[in-house]
Design a protein around this ligand. Sequence first.
Ligand SMILES: Nc1ncnc2c1ncn2[C@@H]1O[C@H](COP(=O)(O)OP(=O)(O)OP(=O)(O)O)[C@@H](O)[C@H]1O
Length: 693
Amino acid sequence: MNLLWSSTFTAALGKLSPQEQKQVKLTATDLLFDPKGNGLQQHRVEAAPGFWTVRVNQDVRIVLHKQGEQTLLAYVGHHNDAYRWAERRKLVPHERTGAMQFVEVIDSETDFGRERMTCRGYVDLPQGQTLLLEPDLPQRPFAGLGEDQLLDVGVPRDWLGQVRDALSTEVDELFSHLPAEAAEALLDFATGGRLEDHIAQRAEPGADPFAHPDAQRRFRVLDNIEELRAALDQPFEQWAVFLHPVQRALVERAWKGPARISGSAGTGKTIVALHRAAHIARSDPAARVLLTTFSKPLALALERKRDVLTAAEPELRARIVVRPLDQAATELYTRAFSQPNRATEAQVRAAIAEARKTGLGGALGEAFLFEEWTELVDAWGVADAESYATLPRIGRRTRLGPQQRAAAWGVFAYVREWLAQRRLVTWAAIYGALTDWLERGGDLGFSHVVVDEAQDLSVAQVRFLGQLGKGRADALMLAGDVGQRIFHLPFSWAKLGLDVRGRSHCLKVNYRTSHQIRVAADRLLPPAISDMDGIEDGRRGTVSVFDGPEPLVSLADDAAGEQQAVADWLRECLSEGIEPHEIALLVRSEAQLARARAAAKAAWLDPYNAQGVAVMPMHGAKGLEFRAVCVMACDEDILPDPARLAAIGDVAELEAAYETERHLLYVACTRARDRLLVSGLAPGSEFLDDFKP
Ligand SMILES: Nc1ncnc2c1ncn2[C@@H]1O[C@H](COP(=O)(O)OP(=O)(O)OP(=O)(O)O)[C@@H](O)[C@H]1O
């Protein structure tokens, strides 16, 4: 017998109480041992051929679909709900694509279409008459689409009429009844995209309908008891089991060099990175994979996800090592050389200041010299005046004449000496030494490296990774979004030896953020952003898989007013069942944290209850997600941060720094799944003009 698992079962299991979930797990495990279910009470669902129910307890039933030797865990719910679910579904391969689908039976009495004509095109006049507002009259966005076009993207034949008839006010409701591939295609079309971009792969005659890429995003074969246990233990982690066909293709692809996965926030780049690491380890028993990112909290989050993904494969887990990149580099450096004594940024700044006090550096400012040191001299390991004089100043915009370079070198030589006397090494020096060491044949200890949040790599890290990627065709994969670069100014990867041109792929389905929040956040950025190597990441054509309320912008006259507005919003979130730990208050920097804490406190009578809410600067929220987010203190003189702009030593970099501030607001807003409030003091940050429709 083959036991299959469906994403609808996962979603339904998550809605039951913990006690009921436990009982469901026991019954499901019994099924694997006793597939015929002889010891279990099973009943055919008369009105739905192929469907059966299995008794879990007095009230709860698992819905199975049986076909030959195949048993599919389809749904689970309370008695009447379970039967109703089964009675309204068919499990059939799509006639055009061949992908197995649950097709909903259309029931016009109780289902889709019933609310029609109570739509927004009408308003009530005071005297009780109704006026038709022509401009807002709902359209039928899919009326002009032909049968072939709809079948090509996976719309079931039964639903062709409903799709063509649907009014623009009904499409959200419509999508919730359609298979995901069809809903995504239609949503993209309704928001200006092309249906042709979503034509589904057609299965070969006789092919297994469950093996079709679109079927694999909702059905999974369970091979053994460990897999079933792992799936039941982590029932809500859909991402661990059901990949989008595009995600799966990228995970399993063979590359001819370093590859990059891009896509706007929430499109599953991290998920692809994780599955890629697991795929490599699975397909090559000798592989040892380093899965890395830039910060400790993000690495911890990756580690937790790795454990979920490899729960049934402990051997695999041991060969996927998760580390922040700096930690991995430190361990490698210690092994190759000795324990590094690392120089802090403050020490380097102090050395520069000292050099200038001795009269070095001419008219060049400290901020400029620090950037020149960090981005260029230190990053490239420049060791003498001659090399500096002829070094192409990649990524630096202000031109320096020979005399200015000579003056600057005086300072850098001083800093090098200052660090050497104290036996201090900078991060760039650590990465530089490792780059040279790799070039000389040093053994990394990993056969493959997968990097998440790659848009925030430093120059020295990119050089190191470039060297590492030269070894084998698919040794390196990077995931990142240039629109979320918040720590460094842009620079060319290719010029540093890391060339992903022709191997860069953009994900377009957003799993995290509601359609409404994503659309508003996308307005903060240009529709397409090119990196310094000319690779363009388009945001157009991205679709979200669910809807939610419109994001709100609230500008108050004073801090007390903002506090009140945010506290009201927090209470509203709680009244909707959102837990405190599912909410975040984000601010530009540490200095505004007190404003956020005051708002959290004001929302609760008992301030200790406020502790569950995450309050942090925007930078710290990178890679995280929450059901509800309030981005606070978006004041005119806080965002963009005037201190950061003032610290830019090279005026030619100002625009890039300004864009980075904009990215930061984008990152903060896209942490929200369902609800987003952006607040501040009037007139508010200039970026908010773009955020509003
Ligand atoms: N195939 C999938 N099925 C279900 N959920 C998914 C899938 N892929 C991604 N997700 C979910 O979507 C959310 C965003 O995914 P992820 O963090 O990988 O996106 P990202 O592109 O890395 O985002 P960011 O750029 O903001 O870091 C997560 O909650 C993740 O579990």
